[in-house]
Ligand binder design. Structure first.
Ligand code: UDP
Ligand code: MG
Length: 315
């Protein structure tokens, strides 16, 4: 029997979990041809999330869990899920039921047809503000322009991955993760499935705009180094202008014999160039920060326990 692991990162989801279990059980009952593993990554929840998961595991060993030593964020929870999942295929799902479990049979169907990465694309997004939808759309446009790798629009993390995609993703162990761009990067046979994104069933979103901007910047800098080239693009016209202006001043002072009245121009130029410099330093800092974080070479996450067993972090 083929095994399917459903990976669910969960952070303070006590309100959503009862609904989640109910709908997942229904799906598992309707698909007896597969062996399911439901792997929760408890990402340092401060509410009863872990307790609820543990209770469920006592009744049913198809439920597994990894408990992080603290909150590491969803991106890290996802790689931990890939590390611990045992399935021939894995499915990423949010705990808040924004990704409808009823779509799972369809994902599996396409996997059986031979696709490696069956991703769910949102037809609609309930419960999200116009501003969030708009910024997300613009972001993908810009990201796609900057990169050679094809990026899936309106696609979240809700998807099924074949074991070989899982193994490929497990090799990508950078610490500032943008899993969405990794899905694109690994390639393989992709298949799109459309769905309506629902509003979250209970509880509050953990996102805020700061997190979103962080993720967006990480997305760009992890995907491409083309912002580094920006310095070249800005520098070339800058030097041409500078050279032209310099020649103009020299000729003027010789031919017209008029001393250069340039203090205003100088102030403007100083402002202009220091502006460019700040911008470029910012970009360099961005990558320097990444190099700094990667060279530390720390483990991506620390596990407190896996299915009730304490992790001892042995070397
Ligand atoms: N999540 C997590 N760690 C975090 C924040 C969120 O594991 O630090 C989980 C959360 O429990 C949920 C999923 O990631 O299962 C998506 O989070 P959320 O619904 O808050 O994001 P949104 O759907 O609003 O983008
Ligand atoms: Mg959500």
């Amino acid at each position: 029997m083929k095994k399917i692991s459903i990976i669910i990162p969960a952070y303070n989801e006590e309100e959503a979990l009862p609904y989640l279990f109910e709908r997942l059980y229904k799906i598992m009952e309707e698909n007896p041809k597969y062996e399911f593993e439901i792997l929760f990554i408890n990402d340092g929840s401060k509410d009863k999330t872990l307790e609820l998961i543990k209770n469920q595991r006592e009744k049913d060993t198809r439920i597994s869990y990894v408990n992080f030593s603290r909150n590491f964020g969803k991106e890290i929870a996802m790689i931990a899920g890939l590390d611990y999942a045992k399935g021939d295929a894995v499915i990423f799902m949010d705990a808040d039921l924004q990704d409808p479990p009823e779509l799972i049979p369809e994902l599996i169907k396409h996997w059986e047809e031979g696709y490696d990465d069956v991703y769910a694309r949102r037809k609609s997004r309930a419960g999200e503000t116009f501003f969030k939808k708009f910024t997300s759309k613009m972001y993908y446009k810009i990201l796609q322009k900057m990169s050679r790798v094809e990026i899936q629009v309106d696609t979240g993390d809700f998807r099924l991955l074949d074991r070989r995609c899982v193994n490929a993703l497990r090799k990508l162990r950078e610490s500032q993760r943008n899993t969405k761009s990794m899905f694109s990067w690994i390639g393989y046979n992709k298949k799109e499935v459309l769905y309506d994104r629902e509003a979250r069933v209970a509880g509050k979103t953990k996102w805020n705009y700061k997190k979103l901007v962080d993720l967006a910047i990480d997305g760009i800098t992890s995907f491409t180094t083309s912002p580094l080239r920006l310095s070249t693009y800005i520098a070339i016209p800058t030097f041409i202008t500078l050279g032209a202006y310099f020649i103009y001043c020299i000729i003027k002072s010789f031919v017209v014999n008029e001393p250069i009245q340039a203090y205003q121009a100088i102030i403007l130029l100083i402002l202009f160039f220091s502006g460019i410099q700040i911008l470029l330093f910012g970009i360099i800092g961005e990558y320097l920060g990444r190099i700094f974080n990667e060279t530390k070479n720390r483990p991506l996450y620390l596990v407190d326990e896996y299915n009730g067993e304490k992790e001892r972090n042995e070397i």
